[in-house]
Design a protein around this ligand. Structure first.
Ligand code: ABU
Length: 589
């Protein structure tokens, strides 16, 4: 039995361990900053983790006391043990190390052990979830791949490990995961950890089914229909079709594929030989997946024509029309225009109504890549940025981005019903029998590029039920408010410079300029030094684990930070922390 006293001792040892690790971080950060040409010796006080010290009270996952024997004090679990459902044949299993997976269900008499085992797994998860929302916890414990490989014990054994080891594997795995729901995690467009959506994903795993037929996924098939219909209504489509796909890139691939089918229907049987040279248009700031789709679908990346953008990253209509005319003059066949609603870096919205006018004029398929910006449709205040979206032939919309649904959840929505099926159907007789005893139009598998398909809808459906449409609207509005707050702070704070002053989405892009560079004359030398600042600060962020924000260059602009708000846990205090911490980590560069 581990008593409370033992637990406290374990915890203090871990606090010491964290301190030692912080000292190591100081050394690592020294190396990072040595790569810069700064002559300043003022190092940030990373060992003390000035922003928020690592919580000494939090038990570090991985040095797990024997879970079955551990005394768990009230409050450590989100769900008190006494409320967890008890299985009928539950017995007292003193030690998991005496058991293996074969002793769990469906093993006869395995119900009790299965219940205990899953409760222990749940406890591991709950601890991780609590740590995720604790601002004094690190976002990550970073290790380089060689070192992490050692810590993870990745080797696959010939003989079954016991269940105690399996539980330790679970703990160890989460120990090194990045807490993407942490209130100060802003690294990607998908952030946050919605508890209801997570519960939905757990239930989905328990159901462990496949979306290809109604036969084996009746509930999820109906849910998917209902949700996709609702999304199409929000877009403004009267009818249509759609499918959940494994991410925005694949949703965009679906769009290009449907358009190719529309313009060269013979392609499904005969391929593209003999077909006109299809040309696709997309802005220079659009997502790389459009180019990849052209490669995959035999259109060819040389036939992707990039359209200029203005300073805010919005597609130039003049350039679009010019380039369409040039392609026609060359004898090529323009067929597809991608308009982005929320570009990845700057968050720009292409002018959808005007793009739709051009597409109608030249008879082109119009696609809106709203992977990032689609969620803005939920806000009556901000949805005008997507005015004209109903005129598009297809829309990509990733609820796992702005709306905070758990990964992954991406939809492709198509205005014309039937085209998905027409493109993809192969009528595999072992799966999509046409003489089934139910309405086989509910079998979705033959309209997808896949065969097996994960259930992505349930976590979204459950979350939507729990928040309501108005809840999503409030969530989106709050994110825009946070972006506005950061923007105002950046305008007046010394050492920070905005990439542009009027972002349209929750992306706020800026440079941090360390004191050593502030007085330097503008020019190539300064830009080269500035280019190294964001990566150096990012390395320090990851070493200290206090904050994660993305950075990138863009066109002729050297590396800058891209803050994006999609994390529902973030507050204005976290925005203040972001600025202070960036300065703390970067002022000596
Ligand atoms: N297009 C995938 C998302 C990339 C990002 O989070 O920045």
């Amino acid at each position: 039995m581990i008593s409370d006293t033992n637990l406290i001792e374990t915890v203090s040892e871990e606090a010491e361990l964290l301190q030692t690790e912080n000292n190591t971080e100081q050394r690592e950060n020294q190396d990072v900053s040595d790569n810069l040409t700064s002559t300043t010796n003022n190092r940030p006080n990373q060992g003390k983790n000035v922003g928020n010290p690592p919580a000494p009270r939090r038990r570090v996952i991985g040095d797990r006391p024997r879970l079955v024997d551990r005394t768990v004090s009230e409050g450590q679990l989100l769900v008190p043990k006494k409320n967890l459902r008890q299985q009928d044949s539950e017995e007292d299993h003193p030690d998991f190390y005496e058991f293996r997976a074969k002793d769990l269900l469906p093993c006869k008499g395995g119900a009790g052990l299965t219940t205990k085992f899953l409760k222990e797994v749940l406890e591991v998860i709950l601890e991780y979830v609590q740590g995720t929302f604790d601002r004094s916890s690190k976002i990550l414990e970073f290790h380089h791949p060689n070192e992490l490989r050692e810590r993870l014990h990745l080797e696959i054994p010939d003989k079954a490990e016991n269940l105690d080891q399996i539980l330790q594997d679970c703990q160890n795995t989460l120990k090194y995961c990045v807490h993407t729901g942490h209130p100060r995690y802003f690294n990607q467009l998908s952030t946050g950890l919605d508890v209801i959506s997570m519960a939905g994903e757990w239930l989905t795993a328990a159901a462990n089914t496949n979306m290809f037929t109604y036969e084996i996924a009746p509930v999820f098939t109906l849910m998917e229909r209902a949700i996709l219909k609702k999304m199409r209504e929000i877009i403004g489509y009267k009818d249509g079709d759609g499918i959940f796909a494994p991410g925005g890139a694949i949703s965009n691939l679906y769009a290009v594929m449907c358009a190719r089918h529309k313009y060269v229907p013979s392609c499904k049987r005969r391929g593209l030989s003999g077909a006109p040279n299809l040309v696709l248009f997309t802005s220079e700031h659009s997502h790389f997946s459009l180019r990849r789709a052209a490669a995959i679908l035999g259109i060819g990346t040389d036939n992707v024509v990039y359209i200029d953008t203005d300073k805010r990253g919005k597609m130039s209509l003049e350039d679009l029309e010019n380039k369409i005319q040039q392609a026609i003059a060359r004898g090529d066949k323009p067929f597809f225009v991608n308009a982005t609603a929320g570009t990845t870096v700057l968050g720009a919205f292409d002018p959808l109504n005007a793009v739709a006018d051009i597409c109608e004029k030249y008879d082109l398929w119009m696609h809106v890549d709203g992977a990032w910006g689609g969620g803005v449709l939920m806000s009556r205040k901000h949805r005008h940025k997507l005015d004209g979206i109903h005129r598009a032939d297809s829309v990509t919309w990733n609820p796992h981005k702005l709306m905070g649904v758990l990964l992954q959840c991406s939809a492709i929505l198509i205005k014309e019903d039937g085209i998905l099926e027409d493109c993809n159907s192969m009528r595999a007789p072992y799966l999509f029998q046409q003489d089934k005893h139910y309405d086989v139009s509910y079998d979705t598998g033959d309209k997808t590029m896949q065969c097996g398909r994960h259930v992505d809808v349930f976590k979204f459906w459950l979350m939507w039920r729990a928040k309501g449409t108005r809840g999503f609207e409030n969530h989106v509005n709050k994110l825009f408010e946070l972006a506005g707050y950061l923007l105002e702070k950046l305008k007046s704070r010394e050492g920070f410079k905005l990439v542009h002053e009027k972002p349209e989405h929750t992306n706020v892009c800026y440079w941090y300029i360390p004191p050593s560079l502030r007085a330097m004359e503008e020019g190539t030398e300064k830009q080269l030094l500035l280019h190294k600042v964001a990566p150096a600060i990012k390395a320090r962020m990851m070493a200290t684990g206090t904050l994660m924000v993305g950075y990138q260059p863009l066109g002729d602009k050297v590396n800058f930070f891209r803050m994006v708000f999609s994390n529902p846990a973030a507050t204005k205090a976290d925005v203040d922390f972001l600025l202070d911490e960036t300065e703390r980590l970067g002022r000596d560069l």
